[in-house]
Design a protein. Sequence first.
Lengths: 313, 251, 298
Amino acid sequence: MMKTDFRREPLYIAILAGLLILGFFLPSWLRFLLQTAMAGGLVAVGVSLQMRAGLVNFGQGLYYALGGYAVGMLAAQAGITDIFLLLIAAVVVSTVAGVILGLLLSRYREIFYAMLSLAVSMILYGLLVKAAWLGSTDGFNIPSLSYLGWTPSRAVRPDVYYITTAILTVLACLATARYLTSGAGMLCEAVAENEIRLEYLGANPRKVAFIVIVVAAALSGLGGGLLAMSTGHVDPLMTNWTTSGGFVFVALLAGRGSTIAPMIGFFLLELVRNYALDLAPNAWQMILGAVMLMVILLLPEGLWSLVERRRKA
Amino acid sequence: MSDPILVTENLEKRFGGVVAASEISLSLYPGETVAVIGSNGAGKTTFVNMVTGYLKPSSGTIRFRGRDITGSSPRKTAQAGIRRSFQISQIFPQLTALENMMMAEIAAADGKGGLRATALTDTRMKTGRAVLDRFGLSQHADARVGTLPQGVKKQLDIAMAAIDDPALILLDEPTSGVSVDEKIEMMERVIEPLKADDATLLFIEHDMDIVTRFAERTVAFYEGKILSDGPTAEVLADTEVRRYVIGGVHA
Amino acid sequence: MLKFTAIMLDGMNYAAWLFLVAVGLTLIYGVMRILNIAHGAFYAIGAYVCASALGVFYAAGLPGALAFAVMGVVALVAGVIVGLAVERGVLRFLYGRDEVLMVLVTYALFLILEDAVKLIWGVESYFVYQPYAYFGFIEINGLPYQVYDLMIVALAIVLGIALWFWLERSRMGRMTTAVVADREISAAMGINVTRIFATTFAIGTVFAVIGGVVTAPKISVTPGIGAEVIILAFAVVVVGGLGSIPGAAIGALFAGYARAMSVHLAPAYELFAIYAVMAVVLAIRPHGLFARASGRKI
């Protein structure tokens, strides 16, 4: 049997879809948390995908921010408020960035990739912070958005945005599952394990790495766009190392077993953070760090491995 | 005799002042099984490395099936139809044997644009199992290969090299690290499926029993040059080969 | 002419600072193969401990000259304690594990230490400018130049040479070089690799702490200085080649002068100067200037 049979993914994604449908009826603050968690969850999935190939991206927030700012800038400054156009733009912008950075960074592995990805994301951070016309550290707000001409009224807006996020999230997960069962997706693990073998079989490990970087960028850009839409606001923190660290944390914790694992993981993270920031605002990172250490020491395959072990038993 | 499948002409490899190999001219014919012998540093692995693209020859040419592949990358030579196994088996340690075979198949398909298609199919798993079966590795299909014994790892390495029916397979010391009583059995288990595909086989070996038993032709290397090249029995009886390579009387 | 002098001096200052901040990182990686992201937190701890110690010192009305002795002692003590605590307490259980895993571990430690600093010292800024002003300034080509900055440059040079000497000449230093070359064979030859690791990590930490200690009098000590520094240290170490101490020195010089030139000639691009250098170097030598040649894998 395959260690992880990604052909089973659509089943898990169906579970996720079910959860999101139920989520529609949650109290509004919790549903909003779920909504923003889906956006961030997509980024965590992107980090998780790259991790399978041995690439730890400590700066995935770069694409998250690019997607968000693309939506924000087009809406607030170019007056384009159509959601479809905006989200397509978010994905296009982040994918282009992914292609450029992928070409530059796909030769690097392991710690080099980690360092360079962190550095690049902080360059963007510095740029955004210095850009007074983009609101500097405060960022800026986004006007209300429309759907092919129809602007939802205030009352319906939260529902409409939630449904949009839920549908697009599920579609993105399905696309990811398709990617994972493709040759490029499957070879990621082989790249992490033994690039030499791949080359001597006629494959191109660098191409495999490039593809996973671009796929992750696209997912993260969509996540950023969805976040911008949901919160009506963007700011440079999206690309800060603390935000990127959160995605790494979730990807590590969730393990590589399924695309929905990082999604659920990110939701739990946001939920816990919601309470922790009230109780102990200066200990949140410490808690994250401590949990990370414990997971590394005790469950190197992440928490999802517990699910897998029970299934095998 | 049909056209040679591999022709090297005056291959030479220098590393600064050190000449690792020189004047290597030889032709391999389809269906042959050739053994390459020589003491360590004689140039055997350098030769294999040049043919498989790991090293760029300092001078000389390599033609495979009529095409000049001198200096091609490992990837290009693999795509052309040359595969190899390694002294230290190059496998995917955290994956199962079945997954290793599937990865090998997908990788071999990369050269033909195989990355976009769905790769995780029942057909592929069936083919993978079939290959494992042919090489006597079925019982390890679901085991993480990193934990398997050395001999099994080498068999797997060779099985992966055989994916996609390559025309030329080079085995670098296939039985090194395998215990003496298991060597012959292991060679039989890999040679048989390889020969069944009518591939041309070249293997580097130190054990003369294996050489005698499995190779009809032997090439002896010494100090970077070919010392002798011909039918195995003749080469092994050659006085110079006995003096410089085998070392005197060999049982 | 004035601009030229300014660039020369600023470049030297910045290079010295970058070297102090980056050399510990590259040393630890070179010997232990661990990319220590917590390095940034060690720097921050150095700055905070210095600020606190000097706060107490000046409050007690002790003579200004002794402040420097205090700084030195503080750097050594804090560095050794923190370094050994982290190495013996966490890292030693994870030796031999995947390099990427170690990065995640040091990243987790960074998160923990950042908050520990916030919990101990709070989020307000600390100022302890007295040592910076103590020796006053001299004039070079009409430009005022703080003697303190000159002392930092001298310190960087002295420590750099001392480190090089230690690695080349002292017994433990040479054993450390052996471990860098091949850990297994060193152990097989009787070198106590555990002790080398602990010592190296302590030295690397002390360097990071020294960086923080000497910088404290020049800045307002706030949370976040650790994160800023680790990114810069990465850039220097990537340019110089991971594990190479001369590389760290050259990388620091390149980066320091790049920034100085940018600040005085093209201020808008200041942020990019260092990364531009990094990009150019990586384009020519993908693994840095003095990267270790990797051996044959097959």
